[in-house]
Design a protein around this ligand. Structure first.
Ligand SMILES: Nc1ncnc2c1ncn2[C@@H]1O[C@H](COP(=O)(O)OP(=O)(O)OP(=O)(O)O)[C@@H](O)[C@H]1O
Ligand SMILES: [Mg+2]
Length: 372
């Protein structure tokens, strides 16, 4: 049984730079937790503190019931795949994979069986007789993942383990790792996973829960659906979702049941939303996902008027970039509903789906449209 607990964890590096600002995070036994956030937000630093490769300068890290702050990495019951993994250069792939088990003096047959299983899972069976220098970057990375998997520890720490793979292989490895995690759980051998990535597709598809970080702070911890539907703040709203959420400055007033003023245009908000808003009107950031900004015939009452800027044909849908009151917006339109004669400068109208409008307080960035 090994859940993880981070309590007020801080990291100040030797040069006095504070990378982690007192974060609190609880990861359940057997949970797949993804740490996601932009480059430099301290994902690796956090992971390395859990692993014991970086000192913890404040707070406490617990694995299971043990405070591990001063415990050596080898004693923490974890296996880690680094961002910059290194294989043993003089050992063939098979021996690289089995190394951890050989150290533990496991029987030869067991090592052979585990090597076979892991290499099958990661599609590296053909590489077992090669040396690391005879592998491509993506192949070497899969061997590094295999070396961690084979140890079947209670806690796996992954730091962008798929970053060197091409898109197709990446998608297939993503499914395999998630599958493996589910299988271990079903077999009664749950593994706790902390998985660092800056790829939001990986985050959304792999995580039981996702922890979104920014500048050494946690912005929100939630399951993928909650994160997408109820972003706690403008940062999470903008970070999760593709194309990015439209975020623009606007003004809110509660007259006549709630209105948002965007330049010269006015948007009615849902009555329920107006009731929940606590501040008496003023500076907000309006958030509307491109999927929720519906293209409607010009002249539709209550619609926002805009001008076409760029049309990106994506295949099954079109990303329509438009200018509304000097702000650029993106609307995702299903290809079959898209009028192909639309061109730059044409006037268009959008109907933002009222129940999907997010109102972020421009001061705090917090999502004011989240109900209790
Ligand atoms: N040894 C160090 N000394 C001082 N500052 C450091 C050190 N290592 C990292 N940092 C800083 O700490 C912050 C967090 O770095 P970290 O590597 O944890 O980010 P990250 O979220 O993993 O980013 P990426 O997605 O680019 O891997 C960054 O601002 C980085 O410059
Ligand atoms: Mg990193």
């Amino acid at each position: 049984m090994a859940g993880l607990q981070l309590r007020n964890v801080e990291k100040t590096y030797a040069n006095a730079f504070k990378a982690v600002h007192g974060i609190n995070l609880e990861i359940e036994d057997g949970e797949f937790m993804v740490l996601v956030g932009p480059s430099g937000c301290a994902k690796s630093t956090t992971l390395r503190m859990i692993a014991g490769l970086e000192t913890i300068t404040g707070g406490e890290v617990k694995i299971g019931d043990t405070v591990v702050n001063d415990l050596a990495p080898g004693k923490r019951g974890i296996a880690m795949v680094f961002q910059n993994y290194a294989l043993y250069p003089h050992m063939k792939v098979a021996n690289n994979l089995g190394f951890g088990l050989r150290l533990k003096r496991r029987p030869k047959e067991e090592i052979a069986k585990a090597t076979e299983e892991v290499s099958h899972t990661l599609e590296i069976e053909e590489l077992l007789d090669r040396l690391p220098k005879q592998l491509s970057g993506g192949q070497a990375q899969r061997v590094a993942v295999g070396r961690a998997l084979i140890k079947s520890p209670e806690v796996f720490l992954f730091d962008e383990p798929l970053s060197n793979l091409d898109a197709k292989l990446r998608a297939s490895m993503r499914v395999r790792i998630t599958d493996l995690h589910k299988r271990l759980k079903a077999e009664g051998r749950p593994a706790t996973v902390v998985y660092v990535t800056h790829d939001q597709v990986e985050a959304m598809t792999m995580g039981d829960r996702i922890c979104v970080m920014k500048d050494g702070h946690i912005m929100q911890v939630a399951d993928p659906v909650t994160l997408y539907e109820k972003p706690a703040n403008a940062f999470v709203g903008g970070f999760i979702g593709m194309p990015e959420m439209n975020l623009v400055d606007a003004t809110l007033s509660l007259e006549d049941g709630g209105k948002i003023r965007l330049g010269d245009q006015i948007l009615d908000v849902e009555p329920a939303l107006a009731e929940r808003l606590t501040h008496p009107g003023g500076a907000i950031t309006l958030g509307i996902r491109p999927q929720h900004l519906e293209l409607v015939p010009t002249g539709t009452p209550g619609a926002l008027k805009g001008t076409v800027r760029i049309v990106e044909f994506m295949g099954h849908e079109v990303n329509l970039h438009a200018d509304i009151e000097g702000h650029s917006f993106i609307s995702v339109v299903p290809s079959e509903q898209f009028d192909r004669s639309l061109k730059n400068g044409d006037t268009v109208a959008f109907h933002p789906l009222a129940r999907h409008i997010h109102v972020f307080d421009r001061g705090s960035g917090q999502n004011a449209s989240l109900g209790a």
